[in-house]
Design a protein around this ligand. Structure first.
Ligand code: 6R9
Length: 647
């Protein structure tokens, strides 16, 4: 039996959704989805209203997902123009810079609107039009949001690349989506240090078509290299374009953005989200999951480089006319009290972060939290990975003083918004459980082997039985990969790649990925990507990468590396390989542990037995299971002998 923490009465009585309403609305949403979503679809403004609500085929071979397909709209007009009359002078983006002594900026809806119109005209002047792709490689500054909304305004498709990614990763993404333009900044201040973003973009662009242009935002004023026929400054261009930019009429199913995410095989895939369904789902989940009330200060600490930043810093909050706090820095700069000092400074009402940040700050003790005033907080949220109950309790008890419900929101880049989460005024909480499905979402637990649906209390793989408006539509340029990844293994359902348990109360407990995707500090990393980076090093002949439990990161990256015959395993080479992967992919992919392995355990047909590698990495080699199919059983003894993670 796990603990149940009731919904605080004061929250329930004022919430949009209480328990009875949740049950009634949930039943309606799955019994008559057309009627339910027809109504929800009206929470945004349409240029031409939709008549058809959904048109979905989950059949492998002909997968097709369409929502509101005959409606037209513009996402940026929904996030900006429609608020001008009522709240043009209200803050839209509250920008807190990296440097705690630099002034915060309160940017109103009208100001964001004006900047976005200018920005959109700059894009046009650079030859960007409807359907063109634009890669955004920016720090967490308001211009990142302006850039996204400017693309949306003219119907260009943005692809934001996290500023922590390497030039190589950036180049791969620019090339995969055939972007016309890259938007970057001179430098990105973070935690008191500066990343030379423009220099990274210069390196990346050497590997891209010569026609790709580069638009540069001035952030630090540092010296940068300049390529006159390719580069332009945003501020100079803005000075020469008109102030007005009417929004382009888009079909609901026109792509809004592509966002790359790691899969279990091959290169990262470009997850495609379209305009109408995504925006409806973003707005609805933002309002309901956080019980967002007009005028509240809402802070999601994610980076716009991840889906959480797309849906819950930019599109959801702005579609709802919210005050969205955007933070450029890191939780530990200038000290581990930064989050709480920002909460106090801006009287933050909703705070949404990741378990890895909570665990890191938990290690710094209660004093540094308690010295800051957190009485403005009303709702807390978490996302990115399963939260361990100790971290949950610390968040609830120390940060929220046992007053604030913690919403544990399970979702994915692919799902566009929350699919399984408690609602603050409706769902009693269980620390570590994402609890129950959002409206319209029908989870099922399947036996991983047979694919049979399990009922009641069960453990298996998590699939979703029917579509919701925020669902991804395809993989950019590779619809077959989309079908193969999500619709092949368990026919007729969307396969999430996660394992889960459903308890006696029908609560869902996500147990983590069941495929070769790691979750490192809430960031998805494909083991295949790290392996290909490793084997690209001249000293490496073969590599296998697995995850292992890590106190702060959730999962750490454990690499087994077989060297070329003429190379010696040394500490210097170990460090070199760690730095190599870091520079090939980005800092988040830096291996935690590298074990030099003369051989890897393989089946007679040559398949690496990852199950065994995982067990050894977990320091749990007592239970290796069936090793009878190993080609050379003795390699396992060597691996155990030289294991790197000893408890
Ligand atoms: C939004 C986001 C998705 C994967 C997902 C799952 C894990 C996310 C979670 C969670 C347990 C939660 N995950 N939220 N696991 N509880 N509340 O993180 O998207 O980067 O695509 O990662 O993250 O394993 O499949 P993304």
């Amino acid at each position: 039996m796990s603990d149940i923490i009731p919904v605080p009465a004061s929250i329930a009585s004022a919430a949009y959704i209480d328990k009875a309403k949740y049950e009634e609305m949930y039943a309606a949403s799955v019994e008559n989805p057309d009627a339910f979503w027809a109504q929800e679809g009206r929470r945004i403004d349409w240029i031409k209203p939709f008549k058809t609500v959904r048109n979905v085929d989950y059949t492998y071979g002909s997968v097709s997902i369409k929502w509101f397909e005959d409606g037209t709209l513009n996402a940026s007009a929904n996030c900006l123009d429609r608020h001008l009359a009522e709240r043009g002078d209200q803050t839209a983006i509250l920008f807190e810079p990296d440097d705690p002594n630099a002034e915060a900026q309160h940017i109103t809806y009208r100001q964001v609107y004006e900047r976005v119109c200018k920005f959109a005209n700059v894009l046009k002047a650079l030859g960007v039009g409807k359907g063109d792709r634009v890669v955004i490689y920016l720090p967490m500054i308001p211009e990142a949001a302006y850039a996204m909304l400017a693309c949306a305004r003219i119907g260009a498709i943005h692809s934001v690349v996290f500023a922590g990614f390497s030039p190589d990763s950036l180049a791969n993404r620019i090339n995969d989506c055939e972007a016309k333009l890259v938007i970057t900044a001179d430098g990105a201040p973070r935690g008191g240090r500066v990343t030379n973003l423009k220099a990274n973009a210069d390196t990346a662009l050497k590997h891209c078509a010569a026609s790709v242009k580069c638009l540069v935002v001035k952030r630090t004023g540092q010296d940068i290299a300049w390529s006159a026929d390719r580069d332009s400054w945003l501020d100079e261009m803005e000075a020469g374009v008109p102030a007005e930019c009417p929004p382009t009429e888009m079909n609901a199913e026109d792509p809004l953005f592509v966002l790359y995410t790691s899969g279990s095989t091959g290169k990262p895939k470009g997850v495609v989200h379209t305009t109408g369904g995504y925006l409806v789902f973003a707005a609805m989940t933002h309002q309901i999951t956080f019980d967002y009330k007009p005028g509240e200060v809402y802070w999601c600490t994610a980076d716009v480089g991840w889906v959480t930043g797309h849906t819950y810093i930019v599109y959801g909050p702005l579609a709802n006319g919210a005050i969205s706090l955007m933070f450029e820095g890191v939780p530990t700069y200038p000290d581990a009290g930064r989050f709480w000092s920002v909460v106090a400074k801006h009287k933050v009402n909703t705070f949404y972060t990741a378990p890895t940040a909570i665990r890191a700050l938990m290690g710094k003790g209660e004093e540094i939290v308690k010295k800051h005033d957190r009485s403005s907080l009303r709702i807390l949220g978490t996302v990115g990975e399963p939260i361990n109950p100790e971290a949950w309790r610390w968040y609830y008890e120390v940060v929220g003083d046992k007053r604030c419900p913690v919403v544990d929101t399970w979702w994915q880049t692919e799902t566009g918004g929350h699919l399984i989460t408690n609602l603050p005024g409706a769902t009693p909480m269980k620390p570590g459980s994402a609890t129950t499905p959002f409206f319209g979402v029908q989870p099922a637990v399947l036996d991983p082997g047979t694919g049979e649906e399990l009922s009641g209390k069960a453990e298996g793989v998590l699939v979703i039985k029917d579509s919701w408006p925020g669902q991804m539509r395809t993989v950019w340029g590779d619809h077959q990969r989309f079908m193969d990844t999500y619709f092949q293994q368990y026919p007729g359902t969307y396969f999430t790649g996660d394992g889960c348990r459903r308890d006696e109360d029908g609560y869902y407990w996500i147990t983590g990925r069941v495929d070769d995707v790691l979750n490192v500090s809430g960031h998805r990393m494909g083991t295949a990507e790290i392996e290909s980076a490793l084997v690209a090093h001249e000293a490496v002949s073969e590599a296998a990468v697995v995850g292992y439990p890590h106190d702060l990161k959730g999962q750490g990256i454990y690499c087994y590396v077989t060297l070329m015959a003429d190379r010696e395993p040394t500490e210097a080479l170990r460090t070199e390989l760690q730095n190599w992967v870091r520079s090939e992919i980005g800092p988040i992919a830096k291996p935690d542990l590298i074990q030099f392995a003369p051989g890897l355990p393989k089946t007679r047909s040559g398949k690496i037995m990852r199950r065994i590698l995982r067990k050894i990495a977990e320091d749990d080699f007592g239970a290796l299971g069936d090793t009878s199919t190993l080609a050379e059983p003795q390699v396992v003894d060597d691996l155990i002998e030289n294991r790197q993670n000893r408890k």
